[in-house]
Design a protein around this ligand. Structure first.
Ligand SMILES: [Zn+2]
Length: 356
């Protein structure tokens, strides 16, 4: 449904009327608390004067992943987001019950991001998903869903999109994160189900849980503004990096032994096949084994906790076409202020040592 077509008239967002050119705070009631109180999602609806699409931008669908919350709050506070057409629905915290307890999950231990499009007579999580999906997603033409790595991991900023869907690809390229990963997303995830319901949606990953990291916020803000410019909802051209790499295959490099990792790479590093990624040793520094890059790639995510047991994930590698491609990706990301700063900031939080 294209709700932007009724641009000349006022829109109603959960009881609040929003006229063209207006910016209004509203609240979507999604459930009731144990203490019988209404539980609502806070949001800001911004309309341009002209006709255009309706786009949602969501944070904290996993309640502990608040880099997106920081980015959205900053978009609300700054005046960079000058909408000329269409409607933007900014949702700083989608999973408000998870957020209240600093948790990825809902109080019933379900993952809200596996419960879409929801079910009005199902579990607590699927009922909430149903309200969100019907009230917001079905009114939108496009979506951008902001995430971080899971607990004890960090992600180099990247966009995830279904490469077979041209609209998702358009959004992903317009966002301009530098690294785009292929995938529809898991069944029941917001982006997969929204895209199926004719609201092409991309996921953005960056940084860690429980933090608002300035370099990740900058990347997310630039990307959201880029998407809005691309959709002609704002004036100006998207600020894009000189190159973006599309990755179809990723692999978690896992620990083979229990021990303590000396890491040789940081988020955003490119590696060539055969290059040491991490050296595992005992607590008194007797070498156990070394993890080796199985292909030419880029570090899109990694553990921030160097203590490992066999099978635990250490480094998430995105596969590149070859050593030449790795050098080109490195050059492009270094030439882009936003990506270079993210790489610098993320690596200062991890001790990186040269391999022996
Ligand atoms: Zn997430």
């Amino acid at each position: 449904m294209v709700s932007g077509s009724s641009h000349s008239s006022s829109q109603s967002w959960f009881g609040k009327s929003v006229a063209p050119g207006e910016s209004v705070n509203s609240e979507l009631l999604i459930t009731e608390s144990y203490s019988s109180r209404d539980v609502g999602i806070s949001l800001r609806v911004i309309r341009g004067l002209g006709d255009g699409p309706t786009v949602f931008v969501s944070g904290a669908l996993h309640g502990d992943e608040i880099n997106g919350t920081g980015a959205i709050r900053s978009l609300i506070a700054d005046d960079d987001l000058k909408l000329t057409a269409g409607t933007v629905v900014l949702i700083p915290v989608l999973n408000v019950l998870g957020f209240e307890r600093h948790s990825r999950y809902l109080p019933d231990r379900r993952d809200l991001n596996r419960c879409f499009p929801g079910n009005a007579s199902g579990s607590m999580a699927t009922r909430m998903a149903k309200v969100i999906f019907d009230a917001i997603v079905r009114r939108c033409d496009y979506g951008v869903d902001l995430h971080t790595a899971a607990v004890r991991r960090t992600n180099y900023p990247n966009v995830r999109a279904d490469f077979r869907n041209p609209d998702c690809m358009r959004l992903a390229e317009a966002f301009g994160a530098g690294v785009i990963l292929d995938g529809k997303g898991p069944k029941g995830s917001l982006r997969r189900e929204a895209t199926l319901a004719d609201c092409p949606t991309i996921v953005v990953e960056g940084g860690e849980v429980w933090k608002v990291e300035p370099s990740i916020v900058d990347c997310m803000k630039r990307g959201v503004l880029n998407v809005l410019k691309h959709l002609e909802m704002m004036e100006g051209e998207p600020e894009l990096p000189i190159g973006q790499v599309k990755i179809k295959q990723t692999k978690w490099i896992r620990a083979e032994r229990g021990g303590f990792m000396d890491l040789h790479v940081s988020p955003g590093s490119t590696v060539t096949a055969g290059q040491p990624i991490a050296t595992n040793s005992t607590l008194v520094h007797q070498d156990q084994n070394q993890l080796i890059a199985p292909f030419d790639g880029i570090v899109i995510g990694m553990s921030t906790l160097p203590a490992v047991q066999p099978g635990e994930p250490v480094v998430h590698l995105g596969r590149l076409a070859g050593a030449k491609s790795a050098r080109r990706v490195e050059k492009h990301s270094q030439a882009d202020d936003v990506q270079r700063t993210a790489q610098e900031h993320l690596s200062t939080n991890i001790q990186i040592v040269d391999p022996n």
